[in-house]
Design a protein around this ligand. Sequence first.
Ligand SMILES: NC(=O)c1ccc[n+]([C@@H]2O[C@H](COP(=O)([O-])OP(=O)(O)OC[C@H]3O[C@@H](n4cnc5c(N)ncnc54)[C@H](O)[C@@H]3O)[C@@H](O)[C@H]2O)c1
Ligand SMILES: [Zn+2]
Ligand SMILES: [Zn+2]
Length: 389
Amino acid sequence: MKALCWHGRGEVQVDTVPDPVIQEPTDVIVRITSTAICGSDLHLFDGYQPTMEKGDILGHESMGVVVETGRAVKNLKKGDRVVVPFVIACGDCFFCNRQEFSMCDKSNPNAELARKAMGHSPAGCFGFSHLLGGFPGGQADFLRVPHADVGPIKIESDLPDEKVLFLSDIFPTGYMAAENCGIEEGDTVAVWGCGPVGQFAIRSAWMFGAGRVIAIDRLPERLAMAKQAKAETIDFMDEKVYDRLMEMTGGRGPDRCIDAVGCEAHGAGSIDAVVDKVKAAVKLTTDRAHVLREAIRCCRKGGTISVPGVYVGFLDKIPFGAAMNKGLNWKMGQTHVQRYTKPLLEMIENGTIDPSFVITHRAPLSDAPAMYETFRDKKDNCIKVVLNP
Ligand SMILES: NC(=O)c1ccc[n+]([C@@H]2O[C@H](COP(=O)([O-])OP(=O)(O)OC[C@H]3O[C@@H](n4cnc5c(N)ncnc54)[C@H](O)[C@@H]3O)[C@@H](O)[C@H]2O)c1
Ligand SMILES: [Zn+2]
Ligand SMILES: [Zn+2]
C-alpha cells in the first residue's frame, strides 16, 4: 500500500510499504477514505518529537471502512464505516474506567521507555513517536486499529467524511480544552492560536457559556475564521498581547486562558523567544514556550490555564512564581477522545455544528509531502488539509 512516511526533519514522502495485518484478536483493519494533517504532525515534521524512526507512517486523524476484523472483535464488522480516535485505549484499565483514555495504562508497548522519560507512560497513539508506541498512522491506504471495540465510532448516517472526520481529534480536543477551563457563565476566554484546535476551542467556549471569546494569532485568514465564530481578535504582531488583553478586561485579565499553540510558538520578537531559539539550537531547551509564559502573565488571578497545545520536553523560564502567587488553576493533556466521540457526533447530527468549516485544502494522498509544507508554512491561506487515499 501507499503511506506517508517520515524520513527525518522536514522530510516526508509517500512510500510503498507492506499492508498492515491483524496482529491481535482485538484488531481491525480499516481502508482509509479520509485522513487529515494536524498541528501535532508538524511537531514530528519539524523534528521536535524525539524517538522517531525513518520510515514511520504518520497520521492520526483518520476514518474509513472496516475490511477485516480480529476474531475477538464484537462491536465492528466488515463494511462498517468508522472514525478512529488518535488515542489507543484498552477500555478496562484503571484510567480507561475513569474515562481518561489518553492515560490508558495498557496501550503503549513502549511504556517502559515512556516511564523512564516521564515517570509514567501515557496511552499509545497512532502515527506518533516510538515513545508513544510507534504505531503506524493513518495517512495511508490501510490502518491497523488495535483495541477496535474501544476506539472507533461507527457512522451509521450518510453524513459525508468531512463532517465527521474531525471526531478523531481536533473537535474533541478543542471541546476538552474549553471544558478543562471550567468556564462560568459570562466568563472571558482567551484563546492563543487560531489553528484548527483553536477554532474548535473558540466554538466550544461559547457552548460552555463564555460571555466573551478573544482569539490571538497573526494570520489574517485564521483571525477571520475566529471572527466568523464571533470572537474578538488580537493580531500578536500588531499589538502587545498583555497590554491589549488588560485594556479589554479592565485590567483584570481573561478568566480562562487556552494555549492552543504548544511547543512551536512564534515569539513575535520578544526577548524570551530569542533566548529559546538560541538555547534550543544548543539543546539546552526543547520547547518554544512563549505562549505559555504569556498566558500565565495575562490570566486573571484565580483563573484557569488550559493547555491542549502539545509540549514535548523541558521548558525554560516558566514564571511558575507568578502562577503560584496568582493562584492559577491548570488543566492539560492529550485528549480523551473516546469520551467525546458519541456526544459530539450527536451535535453534528442535530446540526449544532458542522466541523467541515475548517477545511481549506483537499488533496490525494500522493500530494501529502507538498501539503505538509503548505500547512507548515501557512501558505495559500491553509488552515486544514484533508487527504484522500
Ligand atoms: N492535546 C491534544 O490532544 C492535541 C490534539 C491535537 C493537536 N494538539 C496540539 O494543539 C496545537 C495546535 O494544533 P493546530 O492543528 O491548531 O496547529 P496549527 O499549527 O495549525 O496552529 C497553531 C497556531 O498558533 C499560532 N501561533 C503561533 N505562535 C503564536 C503566538 N505567539 N500567539 C498566538 N498564536 C500563535 C499560529 O500562527 C497557528 O495559527 C499543537 O501544538 C498540536 O500539537 C493537541
Ligand atoms: Zn492531531
Ligand atoms: Zn486502558
